[in-house]
Every structure is written in structure tokens, then in C-alpha cells.
Design a protein around this ligand. Structure first.
Ligand SMILES: [Mg+2]
Length: 170
């Protein structure tokens, strides 16, 4: 069950303690797309997030790994400088293996940030990557996510994760 527990739980991508992550030696940040850096209604990444991610690129390698199809991810990431991976198939290890190969960085130096326990957190924990759960930007999800949310609710209850009770890894 530990596989479903994030190392940190934060409100959104803006409240994550990046300075601390840097000091802890992390080098590569993997962001989920839908409901993590953008809502599913947003076709393009908003300016605030673009600037924020570009700023982060000064301290980290920043990549986006989305389970969505190429057209969606490509269009959303158009104005972002970071590399993106579509059809990631999280929680399978496919995308992590690809990132490891592309960047030649150990899993121990990676952080994965996402809004879903059964995809983002699970895949990260499978490789002992630092996992950070954030609240979804909107409560509105793709249909397929509805089922995941149901499972997540049960898992969170079991694991004592309470929505809105944010925490950081010590
Ligand atoms: Mg998501």
C-alpha cells in the first residue's frame, strides 16, 4: 500500500518547496499535464505557468509526462521550452525508462509531480522517485479519470491522506 502514498502533498505546483528539492540534490522534475499544470479545458498553457516552468528550468531539468494523446500534449506545450512525453501510459514504467535514457539521470535524482495517486504517484513510487501529489486544478476530469478518482478516494482513506492536509517530506 505504500506505493500509493506520496512523499509530499502540496496544494499546487506553485507551493512546492523547489529550493529544498534543489538542496536535497534533485535534478529532474517530471510534471503531469492534465489537472496538474493545466485544466482539461485549457488548450494552451497559461502565461503564469509558462513563466514559472521556464524559471524552474534554470535549476532543474523540467519535463512533462502526460497520458493524453500527442495532439493535446503538443498543442498545450507549444510555448513551453521543456521536453514532453505523450501517451505515457502511467503507471507503467515506459515513460520513466524513456526519461532515464534521454537524460541519463538516476531515478533517485528525479521528482514526479501529479494530481493522481493511481497514475503519477504509483509510477513514481515503483521506481522510488520522490513523489509529490497536488490537488487537481479543477474537479472536472476526463471520463476515464472518474474511475481512478473513485479508487483514489478509497486508497487515500486507507492511507490516512486527508484532502487539504498538506505535508512535506522531512
Ligand atoms: Mg493529471
Amino acid at each position: 500500500m505504500k506505493l500509493f502514498i506520496p512523499d509530499m502533498y502540496q496544494k499546487d505546483i506553485f507551493t512546492i518547496p523547489y529550493q529544498k528539492l534543489k538542496e536535497m540534490g534533485y535534478q529532474l522534475l517530471i510534471f503531469d499535464l492534465d489537472n496538474t499544470i493545466g485544466s482539461i479545458n485549457e488548450k494552451n498553457c497559461n502565461l503564469e505557468t509558462i513563466n514559472f516552468l521556464n524559471q524552474l528550468s534554470k535549476d532543474f531539468q523540467v519535463v512533462i509526462a502526460s497520458n493524453s494523446h500527442k495532439k493535446r500534449v503538443q498543442s498545450f506545450c507549444r510555448n513551453l521550452k521543456c521536453k514532453y512525453y505523450s501517451l505515457s501510459l502511467k503507471p507503467t514504467l515506459k515513460v520513466l525508462r524513456k526519461i532515464k535514457k534521454d537524460y541519463n539521470i538516476d531515478y533517485q535524482k528525479m521528482v514526479i509531480i501529479g494530481d493522481q495517486v493511481v497514475t503519477d504517484i504509483l509510477v513514481g513510487n515503483r521506481k522510488k522517485i520522490l513523489t509529490i501529489l497536488v490537488d487537481p486544478i479543477l474537479n472536472h476530469d476526463l471520463k476515464i479519470t472518474g474511475f481512478n478518482r473513485m479508487v483514489e478516494k478509497i486508497l487515500n482513506k486507507k492511507n490516512g491522506i486527508i484532502k487539504g492536509q498538506y505535508y512535506e517530506k522531512k
